[in-house]
Design a protein around this ligand. Structure first.
Ligand SMILES: [Zn+2]
Length: 212
């Protein structure tokens, strides 16, 4: 068995966030020189799935095994997943900033949504039913994570939570999150990190201006 849990240390998420928004956090410091890509291979995609608990360790191992059998399909799935992530980021960033949507981004999202939904099926569980994917070949099974991400994006785009999407006010962060605060005034993805940094910056500039 390949140890995958150690690969997940770098990932981060916003508690209570939607999966599609947390997916966009796998590129950190998007807008500055410290830009840090956390997804560099199909294996990284699986590690993120483990971190987000959308895959069990057993499922991740199975998918890793399939990826080794179908390296070209795994590489294509990985590249498509990163393109999807960037389209999701731009779509929701534009919503947060009231900017115009790029038709290319919606087209890419719709192409992947159509693929995912063409394999969607309802599965009976003990006391309920769930939406899953019924695929009849291993190469398609590789797409589980991008399909979960695109479904999450479609759900959020069509939900009444859409107007709560925000981009973190810290210029070097710009992470996407849902503002579920009572008066819809949350500005930072995380008060402990970006919020405190902004406060520290304000404090520093105030001190500076006083000493001048
Ligand atoms: Zn932030």
């Amino acid at each position: 068995m390949i140890e995958m849990s150690k690969d997940i240390a770098d990932f981060d998420d916003v508690p209570g966030n939607w999966l599609c928004l947390d997916f966009t956090h796998t590129l950190q410091n998007r807008y500055n020189a410290q830009r840090h890509e956390l997804l560099n291979s199909y294996r990284d995609l699986l590690a993120w799935g483990l971190y987000m608990r959308i895959l069990t360790e057993e499922e991740a191992q199975q998918l890793l095994h399939i990826a080794e059998q179908y390296p070209q399909e795994a590489l294509k799935t990985f590249n498509d997943a990163v393109s999807l992530r960037e389209a999701i980021y731009r779509i929701f960033y534009n919503i947060a900033e009231d900017s115009i949507q790029q038709q290319d981004d919606l087209a890419l999202l719709n192409t992947m949504l159509a693929q995912a939904m063409s394999r969607a099926c309802i599965v009976a569980e003990q006391d309920s039913f769930s939406l899953d994917w019924c695929v009849d070949n291993d190469a398609e099974r590789l797409q589980r994570i991008p399909w979960l991400a695109v479904r999450s994006a479609a759900d959020l785009l069509t939900s009444d939570k859409l107007h709560e999407v925000r981009a973190c006010a810290a210029g070097d962060c710009r992470w996407l999150f849902l503002d579920i605060s009572k008066n819809h005034s949350r500005r930072w993805c995380d008060m402990q990190t970006c919020g405190n940094q902004a406060k520290a910056r304000r404090h520093y500039s105030r001190r500076k201006s006083v000493s001048l």
